[in-house]
Design a protein around this ligand. Sequence first.
Ligand code: SF4
Length: 160
Amino acid sequence: MNNPVSHFSLEVDGVTGVCPVGEKWAKENISKKATPVLACEGPCIRGEIARLAANIVGKEDSYGRACYAEVALVPHSSMTQWVKSADKIIMIDGCFLSCIGRVLNNLVDENKIVHIDALRLHKKYSDLFLMDDVPEAERKEAARQVAAKILAILNGQKAT
Ligand code: SF4
């Protein structure tokens, strides 16, 4: 039986290393004052569309793609520093469960986060789990459409 709770904590083992290329990427984006774009990266089709859409949005001027796992799980990393110091953060979750958005709410000031539920923007594939059940070209097209709607939202236009 499902028993939802309002809050919970996870114990995470510490780590001493850093990812050299992640450090370089994050430092470049800190110096450019780029807005970090994160995705839940869930392995299902919903998470995959969120991941692909985040890749597209992250390529836009003034945005940059950030690694949510490094942000949350390598707290001494420059990736974490980038997201914590950003004025605005774009968080694209694959569905209404907002898995990483809920983590991010506890890492940074919630008011700085633009939460996006990609499923609400495409409304597809609710009967499928695996991304491989959707042809690659169709996955990419769905992500392209979601990214266009996200950019419209970020630019203050109404997404259709
Ligand atoms: S938000 Fe949805 S798609 Fe993303 S990891 Fe959670 S359950 Fe999966």
